[in-house]
Design a protein around this ligand. Structure first.
Ligand SMILES: [Zn+2]
Length: 196
């Protein structure tokens, strides 16, 4: 599961340089110059940020040609129990599997087993946005994909990714990309044909 894509680079970089163990298992960082990848908590020397790439699993890092660090052994499972990390992982997983449905923060919170207030707070602290914003970003990314790879019109796409009204889809899309779905499609289709 690679949800590191939805953590901002900035969040992952900050976790890396502060050796934040709460992100262990959530993402891994690899260093180009050494060919080695680590858990965020690893106390090895802080790399240059331009040499760092991030991965959602040890598998992905290894497939990209990196070797596991001998110090933090990112290739082994962590047995350390951090309830907050589990809550985050459960929430992200829930959003990914159910974004097509009408998903409320109450649904998410009760499924994960915490109050919505608590969920909002830890999500903001660790991921840098609320679960609602996370869901919105996730849906908008899906919409972009569908706009560029299918013939569905923007109304159909809005409903397909779980929006209950087209106006809320449009405003979410605009908020995240600066464009309407149709502008986005036209712009990218034109850019692609220009490059040919
Ligand atoms: Zn390490």
């Amino acid at each position: 599961m690679s949800h590191q894509y939805y953590l901002s680079k900035d969040t992952m970089w900050k976790a890396t340089i502060s050796c934040d163990a709460t992100y262990d298992g959530v993402f891994f960082y690899a260093v180009k110059t050494t060919g080695i990848f680590c858990r965020p908590s690893c106390k090895s020397r802080i790399p240059n940020d331009e040499n760092v790439s991030f991965f959602g699993s040890a598998d992905e890092a290894q497939k990209a040609g990196y070797r596991p660090c001998k110090r933090c052994r990112p290739d082994l499972c962590v047995s350390k129990y951090d309830p907050l990390t589990f809550i985050l992982e459960d929430t992200i997983c829930l959003i990914k599997n159910n974004y097509i449905q009408n998903l409320s923060l109450d649904d998410i919170a009760s499924n994960v087993g915490v109050s919505r207030f608590h969920l909002n707070r830890i999500f903001k602290e660790r991921i840098g946005c609320t679960p609602r914003m996370y869901l919105e970003k996730f849906r908008v990314n899906k919409a972009k994909e569908l706009l560029l790879t299918t013939q569905f019109n923007s109304t159909q796409i809005g409903y397909q990714i779980g929006y209950q009204s087209i106006s809320s889809f449009y405003s979410a899309f605009k908020r995240n990309t600066g464009f309407s779905p149709n502008q986005f499609r036209t712009l990218h289709v034109r850019n692609c044909s220009n490059q040919k």
